[in-house]
Ligand binder design. Sequence first.
Ligand SMILES: Cc1cc2nc3c(=O)[nH]c(=O)nc-3n(C[C@H](O)[C@H](O)[C@H](O)COP(=O)(O)O)c2cc1C
Length: 137
Amino acid sequence: METMASRFALGAAKEQEINVVLKKAGDANIADLLNCNAIAIGSPEYFGTMAGMIKDFFDRTFEAAQEKTIGLPFVVFVCAGNDGRGAITQIERIAAGYKWKKALEHLRVVGALTKEDMAYVEELGQTLAAGVDFGIF
Ligand SMILES: Cc1cc2nc3c(=O)[nH]c(=O)nc-3n(C[C@H](O)[C@H](O)[C@H](O)COP(=O)(O)O)c2cc1C
């Protein structure tokens, strides 16, 4: 997941007008959330759902963010051993609670990350950033 997140951020940083903040969920806080124009959530699938620290980020920010991040464009990228759909579904359900807007198709990588996967995740980051820059989401 760390590799995927780094490549996503690398892609997003190609858009020069966009300031990219890459944080582990445990280090991210409500200020990060209130100050962003889009959010990408990356998580491994653990036990059929998102990693605990991603859930913790949602638990810590939901109340303060309520009604303040409506329409925030978001995308999810997940790595998994054999499935990954549970993590995406659960993150989408929570995102619906925040009333975020799905910006792009979520990415699910099953098994070892290939060069193609890494190129794709980088492109996903750039696409999200370009969309924010051009105001299309
Ligand atoms: C505790 C644990 C639970 C896991 N549960 C699932 C699961 O429910 N579904 C799945 O597809 N993979 C599962 N996996 C495999 C991970 O999703 C996969 O190895 C992923 O690449 C881990 O990313 P990471 O190396 O960044 O932690 C699990 C792995 C661990 C360690």
